[in-house]
Design a protein around this ligand. Structure first.
Ligand SMILES: Cc1cc2nc3c(=O)[nH]c(=O)nc-3n(C[C@H](O)[C@H](O)[C@H](O)COP(=O)(O)OP(=O)(O)OC[C@H]3O[C@@H](n4cnc5c(N)ncnc54)[C@H](O)[C@@H]3O)c2cc1C
Length: 409
């Protein structure tokens, strides 16, 4: 199938969408041909209007008779226009479901959920938030209900959702979608959503779009590709858009001022999917702020040479009330724990101040921190690529520069 083709399934929703599309006769738009596949048919190509010169505006009336059959596959030039028509004239009202993340132990809605609600607001649809969890989840739901812009909060309380087990959580999301028929499902980009969102997408037969950093319209989104080397603007013609949102790209929604209604989420017949079980977790305790949400992050790389030398960074971080991060090289050499890795395969951070110490600035590291508001680099190699993204660069030996800086702060 050619690149210009789009597929649509023969579902109830699609039939409605196309009915609306066909009602829209008399409208002119640029199209050369439609390819239509009915059940049991070969794919057949039909010109929109046999006498119509290629690329000229055409009358859609001709399509009425042709498309009044159960469609499996329809393709058209230009593809995007059809996608837009589908979403604009579909019979479903656009509505957005945000799947909340929250801290079970603290009973709080996560800042990443607030950022996702901001992203959802930009779609300008009514926003429903699904809060799934174990006992105590109602308190989190109350917090979600107070976020301005949220019109409804659905609470799924069950022990099966307590630890965010992907197989169980995805069932809750799917059941909620089936009852609400949302046009968009949004979740924060996170380790947790990397696990359950693909399952949700597979169960609902939709291609997810991950790591969205900007919303252009209902169907057009901006996302990084190739570890942030390219920024792609993608348009989807999926009737259901499933997105994960890079939370560093959206401000947190205010946590008070709203008054959404709270309801019980649609029931799942067997919330415990029985495919995986929670055994234990080991959470590292730190008095420092959490890496992803810290205002100041001080990261060290292979240049620190030993685990002990990271204490220099910790002393500076404590003075600046910041978090400590690390490059993958430092993590691979066991100088810092895995959860403090910043980059493509680690955490994505965008603090007010990011200080990179003894880090060369490989693209995989940059993709996790280059959206920081101010970047400062200390490196003894003046050619190090980190200086290309740094607002302030110090070419110096870190073993002199860091203690000196700590003294002066
Ligand atoms: C698929 C994939 C995913 C990856 N994901 C990540 C990721 O998420 N995060 C990540 O960080 N990397 C990631 N990497 C690895 C990445 O490519 C680099 O290898 C890594 O970031 C290098 O870490 P570094 O800058 O600490 O080490 P190096 O590249 O070795 O740089 C050390 C720097 O320290 C400087 N230095 C040495 N001594 C001193 C001194 N005394 N004073 C001042 N400066 C000094 C050196 O000049 C040098 O620039 C990934 C790679 C792949 C292939």
């Amino acid at each position: 199938m050619g690149a210009a083709e789009r597929r649509t399934r023969n579902s109830h929703t699609h039939e409605y969408a196309w009915t609306h599309f066909l009602v829209f006769t008399g409208t002119h738009f640029l199209a050369n041909e439609y390819r239509v596949q009915a059940p049991g048919d070969e794919i057949a190509s039909y010109p929109v209007c046999p006498s119509q010169p290629v690329g000229r505006p055409v009358d859609l009336t001709h399509l009425n008779t042709m498309l009044r059959r159960p469609l499996l596959t329809v393709s058209a030039q230009p593809r995007r226009f059809v996608g837009v028509l589908m979403s604009r004239f579909g019979t479903r009202d656009a509505s957005t479901l945000v799947v909340a993340e929250h801290s079970e132990s603290k009973g709080t809605l996560s800042p990443s959920t607030l950022c996702t609600i901001t992203a959802a607001g930009q779609l300008q649809n009514p926003v429903t938030v699904l809060v799934a969890g174990g006992k105590g989840v109602n308190a989190v739901a109350q917090q979600a209900a107070q976020v301005p812009g949220v019109s409804k909060v659905l609470v799924a309380e069950h022990a099966a959702y307590e630890k965010g087990i992907a197989e169980n959580l995805s069932q809750a999301v799917v059941a909620t979608h089936k009852a609400g028929d949302y046009s968009h499902i949004l979740a924060p980009s996170s380790m947790r959503s990397k696990n359950y969102v693909p399952r949700v997408a597979a169960l609902l037969d939709s291609q997810p779009i991950t790591d969205v950093i900007a919303i252009k319209d209902q169907a057009t989104f901006v996302r990084p590709m190739y570890a942030g080397n390219a920024i792609a603007t993608v348009t989807t013609s999926e009737p259901l858009k499933i997105l994960t949102v890079r939370t560093t790209a959206f401000e947190k929604a205010p946590s008070t001022g709203g008054s959404a209604a709270t309801e019980v989420a649609p029931a799942v017949a067997k919330p415990e999917a029985g495919l995986s079980a929670f055994l234990s977790e080991s959470v590292s305790q730190s008095a420092r702020p959490e890496l992803s949400s810290a205002r100041v992050v001080i990261s060290g790389g292979r240049g620190l040479k030993t685990k002990e030398h990271f204490q220099m960074l910790e002393a500076l971080a404590d003075k600046l009330k910041g978090a400590v991060g690390a490059s993958r090289a430092a993590v691979d050499e066991f100088h810092m724990p895995n959860e403090l890795q910043v980059g493509q395969t680690g955490k994505v951070v965008a603090p007010d101040l990011y200080l990179a110490v003894g880090i060369s600035g490989a693209i995989q590291h940059l993709s996790g921190m280059k959206d920081s508001k101010v970047i400062v680099a200390i490196n003894k190699d003046k050619e190090a690529p980190i200086f290309q993204v740094a607002d302030y660069g110090l070419v110096a030996d870190l073993f002199q520069a860091v203690p000196e800086l700590t003294d002066k702060v």
